[in-house]
Design a protein around this ligand. Structure first.
Ligand code: OOG
Ligand code: MG
Length: 262
């Protein structure tokens, strides 16, 4: 009973923080029992609340902290996963207002879409064989926690800091493509701010996907055909300021842009 209350209280406070655009304290001190397993229960409850109250539905999944660059930046040294909802998707042609965000950051990712349901146990070659296509993507993350600082259970509960995502329009089959050597160039207002390669994501972006699918299997969950999976940032994330324009190009995959207003 007490555990259920903990889940309910944390999910409700995270929901409210996002709705009111207010940063909050992390939960780990208030609830020392908050471990990764309990935090995934909070995340599940939070997603349920969003689906009910925002009349949205699951669009896919995301990986986080799958690169050394991101793990170092955030001081959390394990990957995690979260859920993408339909109302998180933005169009790269539409200017994006900064009003709904607390302290948003942007990061380049490779998105996967699968031609059939994928369930654990699964290997990297099996993930690649089931991939319908990959798409260049941006993720906008916006932690609900003060100063964008958290522990692993806190960030799991907060649905892995997810906020929005943008998909490019070129899609590519993975045949003849070696995603581990796929290079990326990330620009802000025309200047290169970071570069990376597919291998920065757990050695191969498909390894991150396999890792998540195997974790989901332990909770009797899986990735459905047609869902989007963001495999995790290849570089560190950058704070978004008014009127910034970001673009990211992936060798052989194409480009995606994000145009911000005030
Ligand atoms: C956690 C989410 C990280 C990624 O791609 O590494 C993430 C965070 O850094 O706030 O989405
Ligand atoms: Mg990300």
């Amino acid at each position: 009973m007490i555990l259920t209350d903990t889940v309910e209280v944390i999910a409700e406070e995270l929901f409210t923080a996002e709705a009111k655009i207010q940063e909050i304290d992390t939960f780990i001190h208030r609830y020392p029992e908050l471990d990764a397993a309990l935090a995934y229960k909070v995340q599940e409850r939070l997603i349920e609340m969003k689906c009910e109250r925002q009349k949205t539905h699951v669009r896919g999944h995301k990986l986080g902290l799958t690169s050394v660059a991101k793990q170092k930046m955030m001081g959390v040294h394990e990957p995690l996963y979260g859920v993408l909802l339909n109302d998180m998707e933005l169009d790269q042609q539409e200017p994006i207002s900064l009003q709904p965000f607390i302290h948003a950051k942007i990061e380049p990712e490779i998105a996967f879409v699968f031609e059939r349901d994928i369930k654990g146990p699964i290997s990297v070659p099996e993930v690649l064989a089931a991939t319908a296509y990959v798409i260049p993507a941006f993720e906008i993350i916006d932690s609900r926690y003060r100063n964008f600082k958290f522990t692993l259970p806190d960030v799991i509960a907060d649905n892995a800091s997810s906020s929005r995502f943008i998909l490019g329009d070129r899609i590519r089959k993975t045949d003849g493509l070696d995603l581990k050597v796929t290079g990326t160039v990330f620009k802000k207002n025309g200047q290169v701010i970071a570069t990376g390669t597919g291998a920065s994501v757990m050695g191969h972006p498909a390894r991150a996907v396999a890792w998540m699918v195997n974790k989901l299997a332990a909770r009797a969950q899986y990735v459905k055909a047609g869902e989007v999976v963001l495999s995790g940032a290849l570089t560190e994330a950058f704070r978004i300021e008014e009127n910034d324009v970001f673009s990211v190009g992936f060798d052989g995959l194409g480009v995606v842009q994000a145009i911000f207003t005030t």
